[in-house]
Design a protein. Structure first.
Length: 165
């Protein structure tokens, strides 16, 4: 009987440990004006088509980041892109939220390949290795900007909204 109780107790402990791990696994959420709210984990991104973006730091050194094109993630969530991004749809924006409360904003046209040649990525790798502590697990990399202010780190959520007057 004691062995049976011990086995049940051990089973319950393992269930709680696995449940706690699943809840704290790093992920980034896409929500708001989307047809399919999604959450992407590090493993999800690893299975997707990879892109590279180069970002120059304050010292002028170029760093190569690897991740997934933000447009691809937004399209999977059903965000209006491509030929449908016209008229009132052009008033939509993306708010990127970071773990420390930092937020940055993009118009959808800034992220759409039918409007721009620049590819913004959600990176999970730096120089083919993990992002440094305090910068990951997800970093938005916005190449070609004079200041890296929108290349945000520790991204946790991306919200699509309509601009209001």
């Amino acid at each position: 009987m004691n062995i049976f109780r011990s086995a049940i107790f051990l089973g319950l402990q393992l269930t709680f440990v696995v449940s706690a791990y699943a809840q704290t696994s790093p992920a980034v959420k896409i929500s708001g004006e989307v047809t399919k709210p999604l959450t992407f984990s590090v493993d999800d991104l690893a299975k997707m088509k990879r892109s590279t973006a180069v970002l120059t730091d304050r010292d002028g050194k170029a760093h190569s980041y690897q991740g997934v094109a933000l447009q691809e993630l937004l399209e999977q969530a059903g965000v209006t892109m491509g030929k449908q991004l016209r008229g009132e749809q052009l008033t939509k924006y993306l708010m990127v939220k970071c773990a420390d409360g930092y937020e940055v904003l993009f118009s959808l046209a800034e992220l759409d390949s039918s409007f721009t040649d620049r590819v913004v990525i959600l990176a999970d790798k730096l120089e083919n290795g993990p992002l440094p502590d305090g910068k990951g697990p997800f970093r938005l990399v916005v190449p070609g900007e004079k200041k890296p202010a929108r290349s945000s780190f520790q991204v946790v959520e991306m919200v699509i909204r309509y601009a209001k007057d």
